[in-house]
Design a protein around this ligand. Structure first.
Ligand code: ZN
Length: 308
């Protein structure tokens, strides 16, 4: 089966990309945040949308049936057929971990693949990773789409996406990782900005490594992008605290929480609730302290997420 080879190739690509990335970031130019695209995790959870869906030994309708899934059942997908392996009009087959293949046309993605948003006015959706391939449709500015794989190319890198139930490609350069405000949009007042300020507790001129957003204790706090939790629990003056690594040099953290709902190592999706806001640690009142880092440096979160 090609899936093992493809995974090894993906690992090799990721390795060389990392070396290039480290070389590049060691020079003077600050890296644009989304230059290398979002992290590509080739697993996702999908939900069956057909009444019954056969699991087959191979990605073709002629292959032996080895099981059945029913409407609403959720399974983890760890591979998919590349576009072009078209079999009887069904372009994409998903490999269900440890079981076999299902037709992707009868499923919807629930969770797991990174989400990007379009930064061009109009972005062509193509049948292959190049401008010579057929245009299947168009995405507009701000539209969001889930990315399954990154295909490196010249002059563009391409994202493999699932578009209207089939695989398709978009130029990665005209997208950026999708982000959400870390609180319900009603809570948009910034009571203290990022940067140097007079500390509200000791009156000293100090660096404030995030933004304070007013919210009553108990307000759900959302992961501003998809990523992996690297800290969850008490962290000194930050009180109850969660940190998320977004995989491309961007890290976010959330302080003064009243409750933490995630664990270290857990993968979180865009907008997933990670805990509740509060007033723990060194805090003068209920609020969320939201901070972001890019390649190890504190940056103003408002450069990475739009305030509602
Ligand atoms: Zn703060």
């Amino acid at each position: 089966m090609f899936s093992g080879n493809r995974r090894r190739m993906a690992a090799r690509l990721a390795g060389s990309a990392m070396v290039l990335f480290l070389l590049w970031t060691s020079f003077l130019i600050p890296a644009p945040v989304w230059a290398d695209g979002p992290p590509i995790d080739p697993t996702a959870e999908v939900e069956v949308t057909a009444d019954a869906l056969n699991i087959r030994e191979a990605p073709t309708t002629n292959a032996r049936i080895v099981g059945v899934l029913y409407r609403g059942q959720r399974v983890t997908v760890d591979d998919l057929t590349p576009s072009g392996q078209t079999i009887e009009g069904v372009s994409t087959w998903y490999h269900v971990a440890g079981r076999g293949w299902i037709s992707g046309a009868y499923t919807r993605v629930v969770r797991g693949w990174p989400v990007v948003e379009v930064t061009a006015d109009v972005l062509n959706v193509r049948s292959g990773p190049g401008t010579g391939y057929a245009i299947l449709g168009q995405l507009r500015w701000g539209e969001r789409v889930e990315v399954v794989h990154l295909v490196r190319g010249s002059p563009y890198n391409w994202y493999l996406i699932v578009y209207r139930g089939n695989t398709a490609y978009i130029a990665a350069e005209y997208t950026r990782p999708a982000s959400v405000w870390p609180l319900p949009t009603a809570y948009r007042t910034i009571t203290s900005p990022w940067g140097m300020r007079i500390d509200p507790i000791d009156g000293q001129w100090k660096f404030h490594d995030g933004i304070d957003i007013a919210a009553p204790s108990g307000t759900p706090v959302f992961a501003f992008r998809a990523g992996t939790v690297t800290y969850a629990g008490w962290n000194g003056g930050y009180g109850l605290y969660v940190r998320i690594d977004h995989g491309d040099g961007v890290t976010s953290f959330y302080g003064h929480l009243s409750r933490v709902d995630v664990q270290v190592g857990q993968r979180v999706s865009l907008g997933q609730t990670i805990g509740l806001s509060g007033n723990t640690g060194r805090s003068t009142g209920p609020h969320l302290h939201f901070g972001t880092w890019v390649n190890g440096r504190s940056v103003d979160p408002l450069t990475l997420v739009r305030r509602p």
